[in-house]
Design a protein around this ligand. Structure first.
Ligand code: CO
Length: 437
């Protein structure tokens, strides 16, 4: 079962080389499961028991179910659709001595740079194309090995193994072609998207790793792929939503773009996308402002973003008494400065759900002398202030273009997320919580 789920995860990620493709992949699965596409620009109407989804920018999605009974609250799982990569700049082709064409790119997010070298890469994203009197979005994925970032030979830099400071403007520019290939990029992109290159007016195109996902290890206990952070959580949350039913609250699967660059975009966790959507749901279900605020006060959210396993070569990088391991179950993340939203309350509620679902739960806290990353939970809480816990799956090599996690863990998250969606979390008089499974 775990193995099959890991294979499905690999396929899901293969179909999702950019955040646009991730949302497209999820939209197709939602459609197939009977979810109806709503558009923010149009009027919304719901049927009791109906299932819907809405996207923003084509790179964030919120899918939700309307309960058969009067809606009491929202139970939300949020994850992110983007991963650190390199974005093509405008006018990306640079000719080198008439013998090479390389691409001008800039960093998107905080990636590990070294593993981007010497592996087949390609390009995916979207093109904005003039078609008669309209500008139309086309997803594009050049589905072949197209570019590479070659290392400098050890003979030309004898100190290469003694630590190197990468300059993204110099070291990380991918090679596209040889002599005579200037001008081929837009043709290749246009051909892949089935559009004329002259009609392209805009683009958002990113590098991605072509190395296929792999299941490996002595007992095939590890799964490696690009974009596990955070498509592993997005995948698990979607699978759980499709397998859950609830008659009393709105189940919300929310996958937001731009987490890796701070979330402050029209479709990111700092935007009004989630808030606008929840308000509209409440409004369309006949709730007034007070009704909406009461629903929000009773709501619960899991911010699901991958965390760090203890690393077998660097054990001392993990906190002394909170030591998550791959295949040890879901990681509940804590931080006194509340970069992670988990507190005593939300930890208790989440642990109670995991206990009922028989899913193991581990804890992550940064070492006090190593500042950790941040995620979308506390950012989202600025717009939609609900009880929240930060969770994730333990992984190695976070922000490498090829990350490693556990075969069992995806299954654990699906189970816990299903239990979370199906449970009714009641918040009584501010300090008492009842989890009805
Ligand atoms: Co992440």
């Amino acid at each position: 079962m775990s193995r099959q789920t890991a294979e499905e995860l690999i396929k899901f990620i293969e179909k999702s080389p950019s955040s646009f493709h991730a949302i497209d992949t999820m939209s197709r699965e939602l459609e197939a499961a009977g979810f109806r596409h709503l558009y923010e620009e149009e009027a919304w109407e719901f049927q009791a028991g109906g299932k819907y989804y809405v996207t923003r920018n084509g790179s964030s999605v919120i899918a939700f179910t309307i309960p058969a009974n009067e809606m009491k609250s929202f139970q939300i799982i949020a994850s992110h659709s983007d991963s650190p990569t390199f974005k093509l700049k405008e006018n990306p082709e640079i000719e080198v001595e008439k013998q090479f064409v390389k691409l001008n790119v800039e960093k998107y997010g905080g990636m590990l740079m070294a593993p981007w070298f010497d592996r087949p890469l390609s390009l995916a994203g979207r093109l904005l194309v003039q078609e008669e009197d309209k500008i139309v979005t086309h997803l594009v994925n050049v589905d072949r090995d197209l570019v590479m970032i070659p290392s400098l030979a050890i003979h030309m830099d004898r100190k290469a193994n003694e630590g190197y400071v990468y300059n993204p403007q110099v070291d990380l520019l991918p090679l596209l072609g040889g002599a005579g290939t200037k001008g081929s990029l837009m043709k290749i992109l246009g051909e892949s998207a089935g559009v004329s290159p002259e009609a392209v007016l805009g683009m958002d195109i990113y590098l991605y790793n072509r190395t296929k996902g792999s299941i490996w290890g002595a007992e095939e206990e590890f799964v490696s792929s690009g974009r596990l952070d955070d498509l592993q959580c997005a995948f698990a949350s979607l699978k759980a939503l499709l397998a859950s039913e609830n008659q009393d609250h709105v189940m919300v699967h929310c996958v937001l773009d731009n987490e890796e660059v701070g979330s402050l975009t029209r479709q990111g966790a700092a935007s009004t996308f989630l808030k606008d959507t929840l308000e509209r749901i409440a409004g369309c279900l006949g709730k007034d402002r007070e009704g909406y605020l009461r629903a929000i006060a009773s709501s619960f959210m899991l911010s699901a973003d991958n965390g760090h396993s203890v690393h077998p070569n660097y054990q001392d990088k993990t906190d002394d008494s909170n030591r998550p391991y791959i295949n040890g179950g879901i990681v509940l993340k804590f931080n006194a400065s509340q970069k992670y939203t988990t507190d005593g309350t939300s930890a208790a509620v989440f642990r109670s759900i995991c206990r009922s679902a028989n899913v193991p739960c581990q804890t992550y806290v940064n070492r006090s002398d190593i500042p950790g990353g941040s995620t979308l939970g506390n950012i989202s809480n600025g717009q939609v202030s609900v009880h929240m816990a930060d969770i994730g799956l333990p992984q190695l090599a976070m922000h490498s273009p090829y990350e490693t996690s556990g075969v069992k863990d995806t299954e654990y998250l699906i189970e816990a997320a299903r239990a979370f969606y199906s449970a009714d979390i009641e918040i009584l008089n501010g300090g008492t919580y009842k989890v009805n499974m």
